[in-house]
Design a protein around this ligand. Sequence first.
Ligand SMILES: [Zn+2]
Length: 153
Amino acid sequence: MKVSKFEIVPLATEVAENARRSARDGAPDHIISVVDSPEIAPCRHCLRWAEPGERVILFPYAAIPAGHAYSEIGPIFVHADDCPRYSATNEYPAAFRAGRAVRAYDSRFNIIDAEVADGDGAEAVIAKYLSNPETAFVHVRSASRGCYTMEVQ
Ligand SMILES: [Zn+2]
């Protein structure tokens, strides 16, 4: 199944920069660490796995803003140093095909469908959800840890 029209929405640069500033200021909920093995710390800004030796910040992010039944704050990683925001927004980032949970939300931020997708399945599930007129946006998360990966519109 080929995905027709979608747009990947990486983490806003402003959010990444705020996290870097908070980490530098010593905010207790912003943890800086050096990655020691591959494929453990996905950067939500450039949408690639941080490589061993790279510094990352772990901090809480409100993937669904406060004020809704499905409001959710959870931990995400960004590179501790500047990185380019993912720009191939009409291409699903290849690094995050496996082990993803896909959730469809309506315009009132309610979950209307969700499933775990692997391999190219993630794109097929996204296409299916986006073809539903009720779907306002789709969130992709880690299937194992539940952490937010990206939004797709
Ligand atoms: Zn990055």
